[in-house]
Design a protein around this ligand. Structure first.
Ligand code: DQQ
Length: 485
């Protein structure tokens, strides 16, 4: 049944290289990374900036790192774009922000700390070097009269020749909010009003990293509320000043996806990246020399039920190497059925199931032959949830191990699209929801795949698995990378 086809030149994963450092998710060569920033397509190339600490694998001395891609898959490191300026409004860090094209001039709007103020920087050499605006900060304080819990992460767009900025904030005792400003020139800003405000007990006290954009015939607001440690989408109507949410949900309940930022690309696609934080200890990050990775780019849409749809961008298929295929298998309840191929820790898997009379069914990845380590991805028919269970992903008690779930409206079929990249696991289901996780198996033989069902039998209509290429040319980053993650 297994029609394995290894192409000439396809990589063979070397178990000796099997660390936790992802091979096809973006991360800097070393040190700390958090939020995506300043996403922009410039002269055809995708520029991705990110919160970066060049001084170690921990949050501090926040700079803007920079990488560029022509295909959304392969990334080339570029020099640090911005560093804190001693004595300047960003002396304690260049916090999150965005990039816009101001009549041909690439411009960042970002937050300087401390206190939190909004600043500008521009580039005239194709986004490589950045000059800070002499008038910084261009917004020196939150609106007078508002008792705010924070004031950061501007997201800027243009409408009818006017610039608008949405700044993440919160009103003490009330809840998180997004403050709306307008400007004719990006330098002089007038405060308008809170675009939308949440209830403290539901959506927290401070909304970080707002993104606000039209999608289909709706508007979408993405927020990362403190203290929720997860990111929400709100979809609704916008009248030019006020946003009225109609539906709301968690973008990714996997436990590590945060502070996403979106961009509109030249083909009109709304693309989103998020920060996938580590679920291991600070000591492990310090030993590894790096912490934090970027999610894969996701394509956003409004689904027929009015919620947010997420799919991996089609460009990622360029990473597919050796291919393995199975079809038409009965997945009986009881012991998991181990697949002979592929084994590995850098895989893409597309699996189509029919539920049959199973109560739960799915797939295990990074399974050791005896099952001591395993990560289970399945549909729970009793709750109607997609589940990623990392409670047995690792024998290391210092890493997060838990059951994460998200509602998955489903009829009798389940389509899983799984991107496994060493410690990064992103699971898309039925072309609509995603759960991202971080896993840290300890055993070199935790590389297997298995199918399982509970309470009845399911059917695997088809399974395609590809061994994934690394996005880094062999050896390119070895001098900068550290060995064990
Ligand atoms: N990260 C940045 C802030 C933002 C937070 C600081 C969200 O600007 O609010 O690194 O992760």
């Amino acid at each position: 049944m297994n029609q394995s086809t290894r192409g000439a030149g396809d990589p063979i994963v070397d178990p000796a290289q099997a660390t936790h450092r992802p091979q096809y998710h973006f991360l800097p060569p070393a040190n700390w990374m958090n939020d995506p920033n300043g996403l922009i397509q410039w002269q055809g190339k995708y520029h991705l900036f990110y919160q970066y600490n060049p001084n170690g694998p921990f949050h501090g001395t926040i700079h803007w790192g920079h990488t560029v891609s022509y295909d959304l898959v392969h990334w080339t490191d570029l020099p640090i774009a911005m560093a804190p300026s001693p004595g300047g409004p960003d002396k304690d860090g260049c916090f999150s922000g965005c990039a816009v094209n101001n009549h041909g001039v690439a411009t960042f709007m970002y937050t300087g700390v401390h206190p939190e103020t909004q600043c500008l920087a521009t580039s005239e050499d194709g986004l490589i070097t950045w000059q800070k605006h002499p008038g910084n900060p261009v917004i020196a304080a939150p609106p007078p009269g508002l008792d705010t819990t924070g004031f950061r992460d501007p997201f800027v767009w243009q409408d009818g020749g006017i610039w608008y900025a949405a700044v993440g904030s919160g009103i003490k005792g009330v809840g998180g909010t997004v403050l709306l400003y307008q400007s004719a020139d990006l330098v002089h800003w007038d405060y308008l009003n809170p675009i939308c405000t949440g209830r403290l007990e539901e959506t927290g006290s401070m909304w970080e990293c707002p993104n606000f954009f039209p999608l289909g015939d709706k508007h979408v607001l993405l927020i990362s509320p403190i203290p929720l440690r997860k990111t929400l989408f709100l979809i609704g109507a916008y009248d030019g000043r006020l946003f009225t949410p109609e539906t709301q949900g968690i973008i990714d309940n996997g436990g590590c996806f945060y502070a996403p930022q979106t961009m509109l690309d030249d083909t009109g696609r709304r693309l989103m990246w998020g920060w996938l934080w580590e679920r291991s200890s600070k000591a492990a990050s310090c030993a590894a020399g790096w912490a934090g990775i970027m999610s894969l780019p996701r394509l956003l849409s409004i689904l027929p039920d009015g919620t947010l749809g997420q799919q991996p961008v089609p460009e990622l298929t360029a990473l597919r190497g050796a291919h393995h295929h199975y079809s038409n298998l009965v997945v009986a309840p009881g012991a998991p059925a181990i697949l002979p191929d592929p084994t590995g820790v850098c895989l893409e898997i597309v699996a189509n199931f029919e539920r049959g009379d199973a109560l739960a069914f799915g797939i295990q990845v990074c399974r050791s032959p005896d099952g001591e380590e395993q990560t289970s991805i399945y549909f729970d028919g009793e709750t109607g949830d997609l589940v990623v269970d990392t409670s047995r992903a690792s024998t290391d008690a210092t890493v997060a191990r838990e059951v994460r779930r998200t509602p998955l409206p489903s009829d009798q079929t389940l389509k899983l699209r799984i991107f496994l990249d060493r410690s990064a696991l992103e699971v898309f289901a039925n072309d609509r929801v995603c759960l991202a996780s971080r896993i840290y198996p300890t055993r070199a033989d935790s590389r297997g795949l298995a199918l399982f069902a509970r309470g009845g039998a399911a059917r695997l209509s088809s399974l395609d698995a590809w061994e994934m290429h690394s996005i880094w040319p062999v050896g390119e980053r070895s001098a900068l990378s550290v060995t064990q993650g």
